[in-house]
Structure formats: C-alpha cells, structure tokens
Design a protein around this ligand. Structure first.
Ligand SMILES: [Zn+2]
Length: 249
C-alpha cells in the first residue's frame, strides 16, 4: 500500500482519543501489572518512552484520572531526552507517584554483541540498578527498544536479569498484542483489538505519538524535538538571568 492508501486514523492519537480508548478498555478489561496471576480477562498496558517524558506524564495523568494503572519503561539511551536530567527524573517520579510502575526500556544494540545470555543479563542488571537508584523502587520488568536490532528477540526467556521480559515466550503465547509503533496502527487499530475478544492483551503505546490535536507521525516527532530544543534554550536564558550575567545575542 502507498502512504496515500493508508488510513492513519490520526484522530485516534490525541489526548481525547486516548481517554476514549482507555474508557473502552476499562469497559471490557481489568488493568493488571506485569507478573499478575489474574485469570479474569485483563490487559498489561505499557508505554515505551522513546522520545518524551513530558508526553509520558500527560498520559499518566489521564490514566490516573480514569483510575487505571500502567507501566512506563525508561530508556537510558534515547536520542531525544536525557533520562538522568532533573526535568526527566522529576516527571518519571511523578508518574510513579500517580500509582504507575516504572520499567526499564533496554537498548540491546548499545551493548551488543552479546557472547551469550549471561552477557546480556549483565548489561540488564547494570541498567536496572541505575533506574532503581535514580527513580526509586524495584524495577521488575523490562522491554527491548527496537527489538529487531541487535538480535534482542533471540533472547526470549520469560525473565532475564531478574526482570520479567515483556517479549518473553510465555507472555507472547498468552497475550494478544497491539502496538502504536511508528505513530499509526501498523497491524490493528487499538479499538478493534479491544473489541476483538482476546482474553488477555498486552498493549504498547509510545507517549510521543499522542498529542493534544491530530498531527502526522513525523510532525509529532518534530514536536518532541522542537519542544525539547526550546526548553533547553529557555533553561540557558533563565540561568544567565538568575546569575545576573549578560546574555549577548
Ligand atoms: Zn523503544
């Protein structure tokens, strides 16, 4: 299909669209944490935070207003944000305070190649310890970032490095899966997935794809880049103001 033939359902990817989809999900499923032993129909609702802790917090607020909990996966190697800077840490801590779980979004390609599973687990334990130290609380689950890259998906044990693997064999076998990767519904529209009668589902969203009003996917990426760039410039201007220095321009 050419891009012109794809219906991107841009209207889905807004804050109000997000609230609608949560309400649909709530009407059909319980929201459970990774590691649940619940037998009733339920969802594992997950966010891989690739680009924007700011968008992540906004989604976490909407979820808290709707009375559901999910898991936010922190990426230590993002090209778009620094997970250790104060503004990002503050947002992830607020997300945790809202009742959501924090997981590790693991970029295997940063550490690859791995001689064996032990080498992978060594890297996982290292990053788990950073996230726990910075954000507080135990990290019990991880997901691979860009799982097609770096051979990550060949490691499909249910737990690795003392964490549940979101792409583990058991989870994959038991749970239906729906993702918003690339900012549109590559496989199935989420509303259709929720109405499709799966007993258990794992839903993956990336917060940066959900904006106040409809935008094309690449525009949403640029929104995150521009927002970040402006905030960095504002931070610098504010610093010089506070220090009483000249900000020659
Ligand atoms: Zn990712």
């Amino acid at each position: 299909m050419t891009p012109q033939q794809i219906d991107y359902h841009l209207e889905d990817f807004t804050e109000s669209g997000y609230r609608d989809i949560l309400q649909l999900a709530k009407s059909k499923y319980r929201f459970e944490r990774f590691g649940t032993s619940e037998l009733e129909p339920h969802l594992l609702w997950r966010h891989d935070v690739d680009f924007s802790p700011h968008r992540a917090l906004r989604m976490a607020e909407i979820e808290a207003e709707e009375g559901v909990r999910s898991t936010y996966f922190v990426l230590l190697h993002s090209e778009f944000y620094n997970s250790l800077e104060a503004e990002a840490v503050k947002r992830f801590r607020t997300i945790s305070d809202l009742g959501h779980d924090i997981g590790l979004h693991f970029d295997a390609s940063f550490h690859a190649p791995f001689a064996d599973q032990l080498a992978l687990e060594d890297a996982l334990v290292f990053e788990k310890s950073i996230v726990e130290r910075v954000f507080g609380g135990e990290v019990g689950v991880f997901s691979f970032h860009n799982p097609e890259i770096g051979g990550a998906l060949s490691f499909d044990a249910d737990t690795l490095g003392g964490m549940i693997n979101a792409y583990g064999r058991d989870l994959k076998a038991k749970y239906g899966y729906c993702s918003d990767s690339d900012g549109y519904w590559r496989f199935k529209r989420l509303s259709k997935f929720l109405e499709g009668g799966e007993t258990y589902g794992q839903v993956l969203t990336h917060p940066e794809w959900w904006t106040p009003s409809p935008m094309l996917p690449r525009e949403r990426v640029q929104r995150a880049i521009d927002g970040r760039a402006k905030a960095t410039g504002d931070w610098y201007d504010d610093l010089l103001l506070r220090l009483g220095r000249h900000n020659a321009r």
